[in-house]
Write a protein that binds this ligand. Structure first.
Ligand SMILES: [Zn+2]
Length: 139
């Protein structure tokens, strides 16, 4: 259960981000030990590269992890795992169904840790079912 002070700090951070100091990674749990500023920045950069190369859907995760291996070999295992948790198809931060209330399907603690560290941009996944014949979204 998150205390009222945490919610107050998060609300202030939304309204006036300059008033809330960014936290460094800390030891309370795995999620807060990750350097999310580093992991999210790399994930966002590599997903943009994948999109620019015309890669979409489930192939993005493979593209990103190949680049992480090739270009960020010195990355700590914790941040490498965090990137997997951002871009992996079964692991990504997911919101509830479009048009419904703002709820997380998965990844709420990861989002909280990123916000605490001042991450302003990350990867959020949305499942969209496509008709196998037309390729158009199923409504
Ligand atoms: Zn924690």
């Amino acid at each position: 259960m998150i205390g009222s002070k945490v919610w107050l700090v998060r609300r202030i951070r939304c309204l006036a981000p300059g008033l809330v100091r960014r936290q460094r990674p800390r030891d309370c749990c795995w999620h807060h030990k990750v350097n999310w500023r580093q992991a999210a920045a790399i994930a966002v950069h590599l997903v943009r590269q994948a999109h620019a190369a015309g890669i979409a859907g489930e192939d993005i995760g493979d593209f990103v992890m190949e680049r992480v291996h090739d270009e960020h070999g010195d990355l700590d295992d914790r941040e490498r795992t965090a990137i997997v948790l951002l871009v992996g198809l079964d692991a990504g931060i997911q919101l509830s169904e479009p048009g419904s209330a703002w709820l997380y399907g998965d990844g709420q603690h990861r989002v909280a840790a990123q916000l605490d560290q001042g991450v302003r941009e990350t990867i959020v996944q949305r499942l969209e079912l496509l008709d196998p014949v037309t390729g158009l979204p199923v409504t």
